[in-house]
Ligand binder design. Structure first.
Ligand SMILES: NC(=O)c1ccc[n+]([C@@H]2O[C@H](COP(=O)([O-])OP(=O)(O)OC[C@H]3O[C@@H](n4cnc5c(N)ncnc54)[C@H](OP(=O)(O)O)[C@@H]3O)[C@@H](O)[C@H]2O)c1
Length: 264
């Protein structure tokens, strides 16, 4: 299927690894020009070089955990061109008991997982509405509709993204701009590997053992019964970014491996 992405410019936040990198690679393969983002010069340059073999790729180093960093990203991106597609992918996750998460930690997580998308949309959605075409996808999680008691703070940021996407979609009424969220399954990424390595070290077990254990407890309801691959997740996100997805707006689309046991 041709996703009709030629002559579009896409920004994928947090795209030096994991789901973001897979989405960026797939968008480039589909003919979009893509802006890679991450915090380190070296990691951004490496991914830009790798993906340039597939098409037109730019890189912008910016830390989206702060308003200043997000502003720097917006400035550098506007020098490249008007953004047609924004994938709000950047996000941090950790297991931490609710009673131990401080105000500062809640704020830090909100800044990165939620406010980066708010700040980018404030500028980029406005431009898309003026040009009467655009796509925004928030990379949320099944945890956004099924809060995980071991990561309540993270789950709340993912629920907020879903509400934010729906709210922003309301602003697009009658235009050719869409805003959606994707409810992503547990997916095997660098971030998840690091996250499980820390837990394995603290529990004196192995990452492999935790990977299997996960689907007996937290992931019991998963119909997939394994971690999704980044490409399986990117398929949905890239489709939502495409011209072909013009009638999908304000939706929370599930690519959750069947984790959420509900019809709707
Ligand atoms: N993996 C899962 O199981 C899963 C499930 C549901 C939802 N999600 C969501 O999917 C998204 C991506 O997850 P992932 O597992 O692919 O993550 P990941 O492997 O940890 O990758 C995170 C990416 O974000 C970048 N990044 C981190 N902090 C940043 C910051 N402050 N500013 C700019 N870039 C930053 C990292 O680049 P640098 O380190 O180079 O800066 C990296 O490219 C997140 O929003 C997550 O909540 C993931």
């Amino acid at each position: 299927m041709d996703l009709n992405l030629k002559n579009t410019l896409a920004l994928v936040t947090g795209s030096t690894s994991g789901i973001g990198k897979a989405v960026a690679a797939s968008l480039v393969r589909e003919g979009a020009s893509v802006i890679i983002n991450g915090r380190s010069e070296e990691r951004v340059a490496t991914v830009v070089l790798e993906l340039r073999a597939l098409g037109n790729v730019h890189g912008v180093v910016a830390d989206l955990a702060t308003a200043v960093g997000t502003e720097q990203l917006i400035e550098q991106v506007s020098a490249i061109g008007p953004v047609d597609i924004l994938v709000n992918n950047v996000g941090f996750f950790e297991f931490k008991p609710f009673f131990e998460v401080t105000d500062e930690e809640w704020s830090k997580l909100f800044d990165l997982n939620v406010m980066s998308g708010v700040r980018l949309a404030r500028t980029l959605l406005k431009d898309m509405l003026e040009r009467d075409w655009g796509r925004i996808v928030f990379v949320s999680s099944e945890a956004g509709v099924k809060p995980n008691p071991e990561m309540i703070h993270y789950s709340v940021t993912k629920t907020t993204q879903i509400a934010l996407a729906r709210g922003l979609a309301e602003l697009t009424k009658g235009t050719r701009v869409t805003v959606n969220s994707a409810l992503v399954a547990p997916t095997w990424t660098e971030g998840v590997e690091t996250f499980l390595s820390k837990i394995a070290a603290s529990q004196g077990t192995s990452v492999e053992a935790l990977k299997t254990e996960y689907f007996k407890v937290d992931g019991f309801n998963s119909l997939l019964q394994r971690f999704a691959t980044v490409d399986e997740i990117a398929s949905l996100i890239v489709f939502l970014c495409s011209r072909n997805a013009s009638a999908i707006n304000g939706a929370a689309e599930r690519v959750d491996g069947g984790m959420v046991r509900s019809i709707l």
